[in-house]
Design a binder for this molecule. Sequence first.
Ligand SMILES: NC(=O)C1=CN([C@@H]2O[C@H](COP(=O)(O)OP(=O)(O)OC[C@H]3O[C@@H](n4cnc5c(N)ncnc54)[C@H](OP(=O)(O)O)[C@@H]3O)[C@@H](O)[C@H]2O)C=CC1
Ligand SMILES: O=C(CO)COP(=O)(O)O
Ligand SMILES: [Zn+2]
Length: 350
Amino acid sequence: MELKEHIIDLPKKVYIGYDIIENTKDYITSLNLSGPFLIVTGPLVRKIITNKVLETLRDEKLEVIEVKIASMDEVSKVEEVAKKINANTIIGVGGGNIIDVAKYVAYRIGKEFISIPTAPSHDGITSPFASIKGLGKPTSVKAKGPIAIIADINVLSSAPRRLINAGIGDTIGKITAVRDWQLAAKLRGEYYGDYTASLALMSAKHAISCAKILDKDLKAGVRILTEALISSGVAMGMAGSTRPASGSEHLFAHAIEILYPDKALHGELVALGTILMAYIHGINWVKIKNAMKKVGLSTKAKQLGIPDEIVIKALTIAHTIRPERYTILGDRGITWEAAEKIAKETGVID
Ligand SMILES: NC(=O)C1=CN([C@@H]2O[C@H](COP(=O)(O)OP(=O)(O)OC[C@H]3O[C@@H](n4cnc5c(N)ncnc54)[C@H](OP(=O)(O)O)[C@@H]3O)[C@@H](O)[C@H]2O)C=CC1
Ligand SMILES: O=C(CO)COP(=O)(O)O
Ligand SMILES: [Zn+2]
């Protein structure tokens, strides 16, 4: 299908390196960005990381606001403060939830957004989309892409291993996401970008290879993973949707979040979904599962505290979550019996 117009959202600058969070002020100056700045951060990250940003911006007009989850209530709270201080630039310092709130507020008020990720746990670092609870759907919506990303590898490497592994899970998910996209192009004539799809797949490849490096050299592994997460976000920006990065494995993850919220990290659920959907697609799911096991990602739902029935139920409702985005689950989804068989055969449930 030909698109009449296609607008690609990409960051102007990606700063990546060691201890570079201390250069935040210099980066902002070189980008000609002006204050007042609103720093959006989380309670834990504020205690251990955010001061480094505040220290470099000490002479600037700014306000700090703490957010717990990416909900519409929090978005409204942040937006109110942003308007009160007349913020020109919103800076998100934290995990996926914080980055999403910051970029969504920036979008709503038409201001610039800077992404300072503190964990390599998700590919929302670059993407111009945000997952916000309370908008009536569990999937992401249009948001402001970052004008700049400041990816400090020392900061990102200090994140707990569970968060690093979640980033690998979110990235490996591109293997099934791209298969779903190809299927939708064939069966529904959906726009398909070969280059964008290759970029997403390359992220998955690098996430798998970083797994081997992490144990020997944590920082080198985190750097590869972070670059993979950033380029997966670039793929979303190029496609103009999360399509290259989110297929049936994400539908499964979203379904679990609806049925059994806040038990596991996003990337951990995507990892489980990828094993299940790779099995349905007929891809080498055993290889994918083994790669996940090697990193230390959970490949069984119960390791994440998720009951077996929830997994089966999630598989049966996943196709209803985003009906406009065609995937291997089709329009009618999977029966309870088939779902149980798939989950058992892949070992996701016992
Ligand atoms: N927009 C998009 O395209 C995408 C969005 N997402 C979204 O991102 C979210 C998942 O993000 P994720 O990062 O996994 O989860 P969270 O944002 O919930 O972060 C998990 C926890 O990690 C903590 N944390 C962050 N950095 C560090 C650090 N360096 N050291 C110690 N703790 C740290 C946070 O602390 P604190 O309590 O301070 O926040 C938080 O408690 C989901 O909502 C998902 O939908 C995922 C992929 C793409
Ligand atoms: O998590 C995402 C990509 O990794 C975004 O996906 P959704 O558009 O399904 O929310
Ligand atoms: Zn994701």
